[in-house]
Design a binder for this molecule. Structure first.
Ligand SMILES: O=C[C@H](O)COP(=O)(O)O
Length: 225
């Protein structure tokens, strides 16, 4: 797949989710996003209001909920999302309760996703559901895609970036096969090169999440041997 740096940038959530992230780094992230034309900035919930103030509407602000482990109870995730939306976020990346999902409590997970979909859509926001593919079997990924589509999630997102691995082309291919066209895919976690970014986009990802976004725009990259 051949895309210009401008086209690649428009697919990237420019991300800083490290636990030690500072306000100065968030300000720099916002400046980079405006300069490079990234799709959004993705920041911790505590920095949503600050990023909104920095960007003054130039770039949408995305944040994370139930992040990075997903095992907060639904009421906590709902409040966290509601607060982030009130602070000015327009995209929410929520981590599912992977343990509940893998132990068969699929309806409980589907209900939680549905509650967050309803909240986000009421606020004219986007919900991306992080399923953490590194922890799931292929069958579980297929089931996760099915329930996300059933309750109207806008995106299914592969990874938090905090598991043993991030997005793979195989993940994206499998997810694309089992999602209706209206549900988009966000690949995230460990995306470090332009070649990797293009491969994930070619496989069917619509959005990329990366804390290494500027490197993905470099055109002078020498493909790995
Ligand atoms: O999208 C969210 C991820 O944290 C980004 O992962 P990364 O830090 O490996 O690029």
């Amino acid at each position: 797949m051949s895309l210009s740096s401008t086209q690649i940038a428009a697919s990237i959530d420019h991300t800083l989710l490290r636990p030690d992230a500072t306000p100065d780094e968030i300000a720099q992230l916002c400046a980079e996003a405006v300069q490079s034309g990234f799709a959004t900035v993705c920041v911790p919930p505590c920095y949503v209001r600050y990023a909104v103030e920095q960007l003054r509407g130039a770039i949408p602000v995305c944040t994370v909920v139930g992040f990075p482990l997903g095992y907060q109870i639904t009421k906590v995730k709902f409040f966290e999302a509601h607060q982030a939306l009130n602070d000015g976020a327009t995209e929410i990346d929520m981590v599912i309760n992977v343990g509940a999902f893998k132990s068969g409590r699929v309806e409980e997970v589907e209900d939680e996703i549905g509650q967050l979909v309803e909240l986000c859509h009421f606020k004219n926001a986007i919900l991306k559901v992080i399923i953490e593919t590194a922890l799931l079997t292929e069958d579980e990924i297929i089931t996760a895609c099915r329930i996300c589509a059933a309750v109207g999630a806008d995106f299914v997102k592969t990874s938090t970036g905090f598991a043993a691995r991030g997005a793979s082309v195989a993940d994206i291919t499998l997810m694309r096969e089992h999602l209706p066209p209206r549900v988009r895919i966000k690949a995230a976690g460990g995306i470090r090169t332009r070649v990797a970014a293009l491969a994930l986009l070619a496989a069917g990802a619509h959005r990329l999440g990366s804390s290494n976004s500027l490197a993905l725009l470099k055109e002078d990259e020498i493909p790995a041997a």
